[in-house]
Write a protein of this length. Structure first.
Length: 154
């Protein structure tokens, strides 16, 4: 399918849907990449002195979400705290894994590209750095792991 439009898409207008009814605003999303691992093989009776390369397992990067820190807002911490239920073989932990949808939007707030993460959960939460002579907004970070990334057509 040929590209549409005359210009590349701007990346500053996006939306993240965290599960069915839970939405948190973010200033940055990174890690929307995937790769296929390479399996190198050479048969012992091969007449060539090199290995063949074959596609192996697919590997997905962790997703990093950043947002401003607000007074009294501990949503990142509360979501990370639920990983406690994954430990000790607790079967209720699976209900805390969520499908996350990330949408790049156009000027009419309609999705142009949609990425869907399967069974995501927060691996790490990082609070802002504190700096007495700084002049920046406090930013907190959450890193998600997931079991699959698909790109849906608009």
């Amino acid at each position: 399918m040929p590209a549409k439009g005359d210009y590349p898409l701007p990346k500053f207008h996006f939306q993240v849907e965290w599960g069915q009814d839970f939405r948190i605003g973010f200033t940055e999303v990174s890690g929307l990449d995937f790769e296929t691992e390479v399996i190198e093989y050479r048969a012992g009776d091969s007449k060539k002195y090199n290995k063949t390369k074959q596609p192996g397992l697919t590997k997905f990067s962790n997703i990093t979400l950043k947002r401003g820190t607000f007074e009294g807002d501990f949503d990142f911490f509360k979501e990370w705290q639920k990983t406690y239920y994954f430990q000790e073989g607790n079967k209720t932990g699976s209900k805390y894994r969520r499908d996350v949808t990330i949408k790049l939007l156009n000027e009419s707030h309609e999705p142009i590209i949609t990425w869907k993460l399967e069974n995501a959960w927060p691996r790490k939460v990082q609070s802002t750095d504190l700096k007495a002579d700084g002049n920046e907004v406090a930013i907190e970070t959450m890193e998600l792991v997931h079991e699959g990334l698909t790109i849906l057509e608009a």
